[in-house]
Design a protein around this ligand. Sequence first.
Ligand code: SF4
Ligand code: SF4
Length: 309
Amino acid sequence: MKEFKMVNIKNYLSKEMSVIHPVQYSPKGYFVPEIVSEYGQISSFFKVMPFLFPYMIKTLFNIRKSYKSLKYNPGFVKSYITESELIELETYAKKLGCSQLGYIKVPTEYIYSNKVILFENAIVLTMDMKKQFMSKAPSIQTSQEVWRAYAGLGKVVNQLSEYLRKKGFQAQAGPALGGETNYTFLAQKAGLGFIGKHGLLISKLNGPSQRIAVVYVNIENFPITETSEYNWITDFCETCNRCVRKCPSDAIYKKTEQLENGGKRHIDFKKCAIPFSKTGGCSVCIKECTFFNTDYEKIKHLNKGKINS
Ligand code: SF4
Ligand code: SF4
């Protein structure tokens, strides 16, 4: 089958736009459908597609919109945000359905080798996936919830970018389905949680059950803070390994791989693509994660003294 190629931000840039490039050893970035089409069972995926179709269409529409709207960025007006504007922005993002947000200066190592970004500062956003549906993984209801979050968060990043442009800032919406940078690393760095052995962000409020997206913006005075609050999760994962045992395709590495760019590779995405394509969203590793089934604070309390916390 011919390789399925999604849109690339590079096709939507004009000569006037200055961009930030990845470093030489950055890994290549893919959209989820590109991985599924190349390594998954595409005939099985076509069978589940009708159940996911409305969300898929919205997701793809929002990706194109995020790139096409770059031309609507205002000329340079301002790059500093006031405290009250920041509060307004956060309130608006929450109203749109975003669960958490944090701020970050994007390390160039986290830009994928085949992509670019326009601004070095960014807002990282998450949208929760409802536990009542994720607990049924693998199932159509679970996959619908996964794609609902992709579609919903894809819309939120566009709405937030439009909002910022109206306020005089320049913005680039990063698609929820996979974008220009490694979102889980950015979310961890922005203090929204910590990456578990399954490669997903584990947050205090919703465990591993959320999707992540980013809005890059020319704002230079975000309250960027780093935290080591969640570092204990690495040690806990070493004592747990439940997701490694439960993954239907042995895709989760028991020993996480260290990459040249300082990042880590937690799963073999070629293996993951098979169950993912069969069900349209697998998510067994979310359902089986200890942080999905037990409260974050309870796990931390029970393991106090046993791990570095
Ligand atoms: S989505 Fe499914 S196949 Fe992929 S890593 Fe998680 S459990 Fe394994
Ligand atoms: S299931 Fe266990 S090992 Fe896997 S990410 Fe969750 S806590 Fe870590």
